[in-house]
Design a protein. Structure first.
Length: 184
């Protein structure tokens, strides 16, 4: 992502990467080590996105957005709104009511975080992105203060009664995100 962004030109097409990570904690630029509560043997990787600490692992969709915001004609706050809306719209398709929480980027279901966001902007171009908990082991979240919030509850689609696979959800989230990004 960093190399792609560093070598972009005004003509470089945007890219979106859809993937899952092996178990790891990522600590953003604002990350504080006191939000890592217990060493449970999962690697901690310091990265250059905004935000605090989060967990990534199998069963969680991660989408990296390598976008030229200048070309899109909107800023980071609008991009964050569109990313959140893509998750909210997808969850509504699964019969799950989700919402934003003032002062805490991401998407929440009944007060529990289901989708996280973390971006970096360099020269008007973004990288990093979002994650959505689909059907994963949530236990590692107990070893951190998710996104820097002590005691923050975390949830996932499979615990909300939606019967969907990780692959299907990834494809559906990508489609929802592309709809949001196309409205510029």
């Amino acid at each position: 992502m960093q190399a792609f962004t560093a070598t972009r030109t005004a003509d470089t097409p945007d890219e979106i990467w859809l993937l899952q990570h092996p178990p790891l904690f990522t600590l953003g630029m604002a990350g504080k080590s006191e939000h890592l509560l217990n060493d449970i043997g999962i690697p901690v990787v310091a990265i250059d996105r905004g935000g605090q600490v989060t967990y990534h692992g199998p069963g969680q969709i991660v989408i990296y957005l390598l976008l030229d915001l200048r070309r899109r004609g909107y800023g980071i706050k609008e991009l964050v709104r569109r990313m959140e809306q893509a998750i909210i719209d997808l969850l509504a398709e699964y019969g799950i009511t989700a919402e934003r929480m003032a002062g805490a980027p991401g998407v929440y279901v009944a007060g529990a975080k289901i989708g996280a966001l973390g971006l970096r902007v360099k020269n008007g171009c973004t990288y990093h992105g979002l994650s959505l908990n689909v059907d994963m082991d949530l236990t590692p979240f107990q070893a951190i203060n998710p996104c820097g919030y002590a005691g923050m509850a975390v949830t996932q689609i499979s615990d909300r009664g939606a019967g969907t696979s990780v692959q299907q959800t990834g494809e559906a989230l990508l489609a929802s995100l592309l709809r949001q990004l196309a409205t510029y």
